[in-house]
Structures are given as structure tokens and as C-alpha cells.
Design a protein around this ligand. Structure first.
Ligand SMILES: *Cc1c(COP(=O)(O)O)cnc(C)c1O
Length: 370
């Protein structure tokens, strides 16, 4: 087959399909003179809270900030320990370390790639102050098991909801099952802005108020600072764009799920291991990630054909130079370590068509047969 132009994430293609709505929303903000916070941000917060079925949503500047501010609000301090997965984007653990806390890793379930709840309790100590599950690739972590541990030990749960906007667990939208959740609106995420953006969602109104104060320099009333805070705001332009995009999110999730089933069908009957979908929730396919024993050879073959692909993530966090600690050495997280060697994410976005997917799948199938 002749070569084909395929993108990993087609943010421009998606924009073109909603250009009129987005352009009108941007121009309304330009004419309003209110460029930070204001009406667009307040309305967007309400719409996200409504969409997720949570009491409160508080906007901030990024998913990373959302994680950090949530941890600050829960009082995470130097010497504390926070339990999480080593198989995630660095921000999950980076924010813990910035607050002086130690990321304590728990190995993953090899099917869902998410934290394995059966291994959490043995890592809990007097110092454990939070558990941070990540709904990796758009699939929920096993929240019932995690929340049962949380209740038993009185440890709050922060959902890293940066890849899973719109996903659910047993019919409940993610973002309101833990005590608080962190959402990212980075452009390539399922609900992406045209720049950075983030949000914290919670059913705890006191906690919502606290994160709002922290995100605003620790201030409720201008020039009175009642707690240590940061400057983390969402631009009105981004909020206006995101309000338009939120109206399309369910349709886009359906498109992602359709693309995932097309890939599944194309790989059916081959040795290629397609993504596992847990029965407990709807996977929203932020990524469509294969497991391939000869991953590097397949990646090489795809690169030769200029087919985009990605490895999320090539190094588990416990083996990153900046986060390595003697008590979490190589070999201590076997499932996560194996996953870093076998995962390969294929192009996944809302504008993929069947021809592109056939071309991609054929290239993968040819390379695994070699
Ligand atoms: C994207 C992402 C973040 C960080 O979000 P930003 O908006 O880029 O700061 C955190 N955790 C995970 C799992 C992510 O995928």
C-alpha cells in the first residue's frame, strides 16, 4: 500500500470540524476584556461539575497543578508517603516530591495497567497520607477496592483523572469517586484546550473551597493570605474553547471507542494483544495500547513506514534517576517493568478513518509475522 498521512493525535483536524463554534467563542472572549477567570471559567466549572455529577469543580492552570494543589489541600507535607503507580506520567510523582513527600510505588495489574489494589495494603505505613490511582490510557482503576482500603485506613484518594475524562466506573463518571480528582486539559487529552489547563473535582465542598483558595495565592479576600498558596489559573479563552468542546465530548468518546473496536477487529485472530477492557467501566481510549513481546522491532518497522506510534512509558518512575530510591530497586515492580518493555500505543483520535486504521494495522501485523 502507498504511504499515508496519519497522525498520532489530530488536533487540527478536530478543530476544523468545530471551527465556527470555537472561533466565535474565542472572539467573544477577546471582546469581553476579561481574560483570566471570570464568567467563562465559572460557567465551565459548573458545566464540568454537571457533566461529571460532582458537587464542585475548580479550574487551575494544568493537570500537574491540579495534582499538586489537591495534595496541598490534603496537607501532604515533608516526610509523608503517598502511594501510587510507577507506570504513569512523571507529574503524578513529581508533585508529591515537590511537596517533600515520598512516592511509594505499588505494582500494576498487567491487564488494565493500573495500580493493583491487592498490593496496596502492604505498602501502607503511619506516614501514608494519600493514595493516587491513575486511570491510565482512559480506563478506570479498580475504584471499589481502592475506596475500601481508603475507608479502612482513613487515607484519602486523589484520582489522577488526566487521561480519562468522560470515562466511568460501574456507571459513575470518574472524577467524583475518590475524595478529589485532577483533570488535565493539555491539547492532546480527551478534552483538550489550545494550551494548558486543569481542574480539580470533588464532592467535598470544604475541600473544594480549600483548593480554590490555594490556587489563588492562599487568598479568599484580596491581599489577605490565610494559607500557603500558588498562582494557578485557567485563561478565559481556554475555558471558552473547552465549553464548546465539552458539548462534543460524548460524541468524541464514541468515535474513540469505534476506532478501538475497528483496531480490535483488524487484529482479531493474530498474536497481537489488544487492550484489555475491564467489565467494570467504559474505557475512553485516550490511548490504544498494544502489548507486544517484540515491541522494539514493531516500533522500528512502523517508523520506517512513517507511521506514528508512541511508548507510554519507556521507564517506570521507580527507575527514573530523579525518583530512584534504594528501597524500590529494579525488579521490585515486575509488572510495571515488563509493561515498559512491551507497550506500544497506536494513533488514536477522533478523526481516524477506516483506511488509515487498515494501513496501520497491516503494518503492525506484517512486522509481528517477521
Ligand atoms: C497529562 C498528565 C498529567 C499532567 O497534566 P498537564 O496538564 O500536562 O500538567 C498528569 N498525570 C497524567 C497521568 C497525565 O497523563
Amino acid at each position: 500500500m502507498a504511504s499515508m498521512n496519519v497522525q498520532m493525535v489530530d488536533v487540527v483536524g478536530q478543530y476544523r470540524n468545530i471551527k465556527q463554534e470555537v472561533d466565535a467563542a474565542i472572539h467573544a472572549v477577546l471582546d469581553s476584556g476579561q481574560y483570566i477567570n471570570g464568567k467563562e471559567v465559572a460557567e465551565f466549572e459548573k458545566e464540568v461539575a454537571n457533566y461529571l455529577g460532582v458537587k464542585s469543580a475548580v479550574a487551575c492552570a494544568s493537570g500537574t497543578d491540579a495534582l499538586q494543589i489537591a495534595m496541598m489541600a490534603l496537607g501532604i507535607a515533608p516526610g509523608d508517603e503517598v502511594i501510587t503507580t510507577p507506570f504513569t506520567f512523571v507529574a503524578t510523582a513529581e508533585t508529591m516530591a515537590l511537596l517533600g513527600a515520598k512516592p511509594v510505588y505499588v505494582d500494576i495489574d498487567p491487564h488494565t495497567f493500573n495500580i493493583d489494589p491487592s498490593k496496596i495494603e502492604s505498602k501502607i505505613t503511619q506516614k501514608t497520607k494519600a493514595i493516587v490511582p491513575v486511570h491510565l490510557y482512559g480506563q478506570a482503576a479498580d475504584m471499589d477496592s481502592i475506596m475500601a482500603i481508603s475507608r479502612k485506613h482513613g487515607i484519602p484518594v486523589i484520582e489522577d483523572h488526566c487521561q480519562s475524562m468522560g470515562g466511568d466506573y460501574k456507571g459513575t463518571k470518574l472524577g467524583g469517586i475518590g475524595h478529589i480528582a485532577a483533570i488535565s486539559f493539555f491539547p492532546s487529552k480527551n478534552l483538550g484546550a489550545f494550551g494548558d489547563g486543569g481542574m480539580m473535582t470533588t464532592n467535598d465542598t470544604a475541600l473544594a473551597e480549600k483548593v480554590r483558595v490555594i490556587a489563588n495565592h492562599g487568598s479568599r479576600v484580596r491581599y489577605k493570605h490565610v494559607m500557603l498558596g500558588v498562582n494557578s489559573r485557567l485563561d478565559a479563552i481556554q475555558a471558552a474553547i473547552l465549553r464548546v468542546k465539552l458539548r462534543h465530548l460524548d460524541g468524541w468518546i464514541a468515535a474513540r471507542r469505534r476506532a478501538a473496536s475497528t483496531y480490535n477487529r483488524l487484529f482479531a485472530g493474530s498474536t497481537v494483544r489488544v487492550p484489555f477492557e475491564a467489565a467494570y467501566g467504559q474505557h475512553v481510549f485516550h490511548q490504544y495500547t498494544l502489548r507486544l513481546p517484540k515491541r522494539d522491532a514493531v516500533a522500528h518497522a512502523l517508523a520506517e513506514k512513517h507511521i506514528p506510534h508512541a511508548i507510554y512509558y519507556p521507564i517506570p518512575l521507580h527507575l527514573q534517576e530523579a525518583y530512584a530510591s534504594a528501597d524500590q530497586p529494579e525488579g521490585s515492580m515486575p509488572e510495571a517493568e515488563l509493561a515498559t518493555k512491551e507497550v506500544l500505543s497506536l494513533p488514536m483520535h477522533t478523526e481516524l478513518d477506516d483506511k488509515q486504521q487498515q494501513y496501520i494495522a497491516q503494518a503492525v501485523l506484517e512486522s509481528v509475522r517477521q
